[in-house]
Design a binder for this molecule. Structure first.
Ligand code: NAP
Ligand code: ZN
Length: 346
């Protein structure tokens, strides 16, 4: 077994603190990675604090991982020692179900998440990227171009793919008016991708101070969502809206902004339910949908697209002892626009 250092939380209301554990020795198909950087996703906070229920402690969060390959199993063809490599939210699936066959492993019923899943190799839970190394089957390891800054590429593994995938699925592009709700980790990547795909993008935010950044990140217009008059003016203008908000808020206000056949796709997952007025859906035949990260093939496609276009995330690099402070700032919407942990600080 491989002795590993990380940060874990031991109960919903406890801060994260140093934690030692063991990972498996790499098997024939496995890649061992020294973790250089790990992004801090709001899902880490939801899970560390058991806001979605189902957290098993100790919990080592982290699913936006970039590092260097330090060892490969004898049947590994895709990677060699020294390669830059990445791991996102998933580390294995059954490979044979309808979802896996369709390159949609994220919907596999036997999906093994990077952390807080039962680990068939060790009998413990899986432990995530707030740690100095990880061992993952090569099929769930992604290639990262040396052209990208590895720290700023790390959040692509969740914030990136979670926004890229629905924009592709709903064929967002030129001639379309797109709304992005919430300017945090996911929201800032939604602005970058939607504008890179050629759409005319409007940001809806509760934070007036983020307006200039939103324009730099690709928005042509910024609407302060608490301003009812400003919201009224946006009614029935949008083809597509992606909602990235982590806390309860009024989705009906955004449904009302869609044209006929427009789609509101929710990726943010506030733990509490949100009531929907069905008239907003039925009368102008609007769609309300959700989306979950993206499959491995699409994640690789997104990373390659980013390398091609020079797209990375806007990050604030932190040492790991600042993680609890980072969670508190995330709750105040005070992130520009993703915290990334420099694992050398561990
Ligand atoms: P984040 O960086 O904390 O950003 C969330 C943003 O939501 C904030 O910056 C803020 O933007 C807005 N917001 C926060 N509280 C609000 C409130 N009470 N009312 C209205 N707006 C509010 O979080 P993130 O990492 O981007 O994650 C966002 C959500 O997506 C989380 O729930 C996370 O669990 C979920 N997620 C889902 C998937 C998936 O596959 N579906 C993947 C990753 C994450 P403004 O300041 O601009 O208003
Ligand atoms: Zn995430």
């Amino acid at each position: 077994m491989l002795p590993t250092k990380g940060y874990a939380t031991h109960a919903a209301h406890e801060p994260l603190k140093p934690f030692s554990f063991e990972r498996r020795e790499p098997g024939a198909m496995d890649v061992q990675i020294e973790i250089l950087f790990c992004g801090v996703c709001h899902s880490d906070l939801h899970i560390a604090r058991n806001e979605w229920d189902g957290t098993t402690y100790p919990c080592v969060p982290g699913h936006e991982i970039v590092g260097r390959v330090t060892k490969v199993g004898r049947n590994v063809k895709k990677f060699k020692e020294g390669d830059l490599a990445a791991v996102g939210c998933m580390v294995d699936s059954d490979r044979v179900c309808e979802n896996c066959q369709a390159d949609l492993e994220q919907f596999c019923e036997k999906l093994i998440l990077t952390y807080n899943s039962k680990d068939p190799h060790t009998g413990n839970m899986t432990y995530g990227g707030y740690s100095n190394s990880i061992v993952v089957d090569q099929d769930f390891v992604l290639r990262v171009s040396d052209k990208l800054d590895p720290a700023a590429a790390a959040p692509l593994l969740c914030a990136g793919i979670t926004t890229y995938s629905p924009l592709r699925k709903w064929k967002v592009g030129k001639g379309q008016r797109v709304g992005v709700v919430g300017l945090g980790g996911l929201g800032h990547m939604a602005l970058k991708f939607a504008s890179a795909f050629g759409a005319d993008v409007t940001l809806f935010t509760t934070s007036p101070g983020k307006s200039d950044d939103a324009k730099r990140l690709g928005a042509s217009e910024v609407v302060i969502s608490k301003d009812e008059d400003a919201m009224e003016k946006q009614q029935k203008r949008f083809d597509f809206i992606i909602d990235t908000v982590s806390a309860p808020h009024d989705l009906n206000a955004y449904l009302a902004l869609l044209k006929r056949d427009g789609a509101l796709v929710v990726v943010g997952i506030p733990p509490q339910g949100i009531p929907i007025n069905l008239f907003h859906l039925v009368l102008p035949r609007r769609q309300l949908a959700g989306s979950l990260i993206g499959g491995i093939a699409e994640t690789q496609e997104m990373l390659d697209f980013c390398a091609d276009r020079g797209i990375t995330c806007d990050i604030e690099l932190i040492s790991i002892d600042k993680i609890n402070e980072a969670y508190e700032r995330m709750l105040k919407s005070d992130v520009k626009y993703r915290f990334v942990i420099d694992m050398a600080s561990l």
